[in-house]
Design a protein around this ligand. Structure first.
Ligand SMILES: Cc1cc2nc3c(=O)[nH]c(=O)nc-3n(C[C@H](O)[C@H](O)[C@H](O)COP(=O)(O)OP(=O)(O)OC[C@H]3O[C@@H](n4cnc5c(N)ncnc54)[C@H](O)[C@@H]3O)c2cc1C
Length: 385
């Protein structure tokens, strides 16, 4: 093992690892990020479609994502990189009383947390999204403060600014062991050698369980695969991310939005889940989702699909991330299990971890960590994953 000593070693240069490296380096610490792939953001990060919302139903995720939105929305003005942030809002639509009730019940919780979200009846919703199928439309929620950005440009922006601030990166290197001595982390072993540190952050996304096991622990993160696609760019006609939570054969919800440069980007939640690490796209996805999308928005009929892809959600049993230090091994921290929301959670989680490591956490941060603790009872389920 080389003798290089880092303040923190982050396993994974993904949606979580990159912003974490940036905030740590900005605070004057010396982080090293190690990733098995050739460049930043090549794991789940590049599979994300770019949706960013604070309108969750759990305080921890709301707080983290409010901070993320602040970071995404001010990034260009602060650091100069265009990450294609667009505040188009989110809308969960209802065509049946069942979804109307679910969404309205949730709305009460979300409004109680001070989120800018409201219910729009049919005509008001059509004023915001004129191309929705009007047949049977009851209404929907609308949260104008939410938005979207490009996961690939974001990864690159965090990577570049983290390096400028002094973070180091090793690509094409795989972490194979977490080295411990007398109950403390002292370094990591890799397929190229290793490095010394007193703090390791597991930000290994869908592969997080294997990294936890390298530390002699376990973490309930199971990858499952989801497919997405992108169309040719067209003139702007759609503001918010549209989410339809009605189940249909083979799928739960699906969602789509118009990305700032013009393409429609879309994704579906398969039912039953497809557990595993297979990232090869299938021929089932496009017919399944395009039918649903065209039903919901007939205007999409003639738009050409450019590309589809498949990526992994790092799932936990309750749908909540796992963020916090493990008591069994001093210096080992987990920031894993981001499920389908790691891109939007990443910057807020990174900023939180930097405060945690510097010892500058607020009482709200402590509450967030309690909710996302690795030691919680994983029995509950979030109302809207
Ligand atoms: C189709 C699809 C659409 C999605 N849409 C959205 C969306 O709109 N909004 C949203 O917020 N989220 C979305 N997500 C979810 C999001 O992509 C993930 O939650 C997020 O990327 C997870 O971030 P992460 O940093 O935990 O993992 P990753 O981004 O995968 O990063 C983990 C990194 O760790 C590295 N690694 C793992 N093990 C090792 C090792 N032993 N040694 C070295 N390196 C290692 C990997 O190579 C990888 O680069 C979507 C996901 C999919 C698949």
């Amino acid at each position: 093992m080389t003798t290089q000593v880092y303040d923190v070693i982050i396993v994974g240069s993904g949606s979580v690892g990159l912003p974490t490296a940036f905030f740590l380096a900005q605070a004057g610490l010396k982080p090293l990020v190690i990733d098995q792939f050739a460049s930043p953001g090549q794991g789940s990060n590049k599979a994300a479609i770019g949706g960013i919302r604070a309108t969750h139903s759990a305080p921890s995720k709301i707080r983290i994502c409010l901070e993320s939105i602040e970071i995404f929305s001010t990034w260009q003005e602060r650091y100069g990189d265009n990450i294609e942030w667009y505040r188009g809002g989110y809308s969960f639509v209802a065509y049946r009383e069942r979804e109307e009730k679910t969404l309205k019940d949730l709305l009460k919780i979300q409004q109680a947390y001070g989120l800018d979200i409201r219910w729009l009846d049919r005509d008001d919703l059509l004023a915001v999204i004129p191309d929705l199928n009007q047949d049977g439309l009851i209404g929907g929620t609308y949260s104008p403060g939410d938005g979207s950005a490009s996961p690939m440009l974001t990864a690159h922006a965090f990577y570049s600014r983290a390096r400028e601030a002094g973070a180091e990166f090793h690509f094409r290197e795989r972490v194979t062991g977490v080295i411990r001595r007398r109950g403390r982390v002292v370094g990591v072993r890799t397929d190229r050698g290793g490095d010394a540190t007193g703090t390791v952050i597991n930000a290994a996304g869908p592969w997080a369980r294997a990294v936890a096991q390298m530390a002699g622990l376990d973490a309930p993160v199971t990858p499952d695969s989801h497919e997405a696609g992108i169309t040719e760019p067209v003139a702007p006609f759609l503001g918010p991310m549209v989410v339809d939570i009605r189940p249909a054969p083979g799928s739960k919800n699906y969602y789509f939005y118009q990305h700032k440069p013009g393409p429609i980007v879309f994704c579906i939640t398969p039912d039953p889940p497809i557990v595993g690490t297979d990232r090869r796209e299938t021929s089932l996805f496009l017919p399944m989702i395009s039918r649903r999308m065209v039903d919901l928005m007939p205007k999409l009929t003639n738009i050409k699909v450019r590309r589809t892809w498949r990526g992994l959600y790092p799932m936990t049993p309750d749908g909540f991330p796992i963020v916090g230090a493990r008591k069994e091994l001093s210096g080992y921290i987990e920031a894993i299990g981001m499920c389908g929301q790691g891109y939007m959670l990443g910057p807020g989680v990174g900023a939180l971890l930097a405060r945690m490591i510097q010892g500058t956490m607020t009482p709200e941060d402590e509450e967030v960590l309690t909710e996302l603790s690795p030691y919680r009872d994983f029995g509950a389920e979030e109302k809207l994953k």
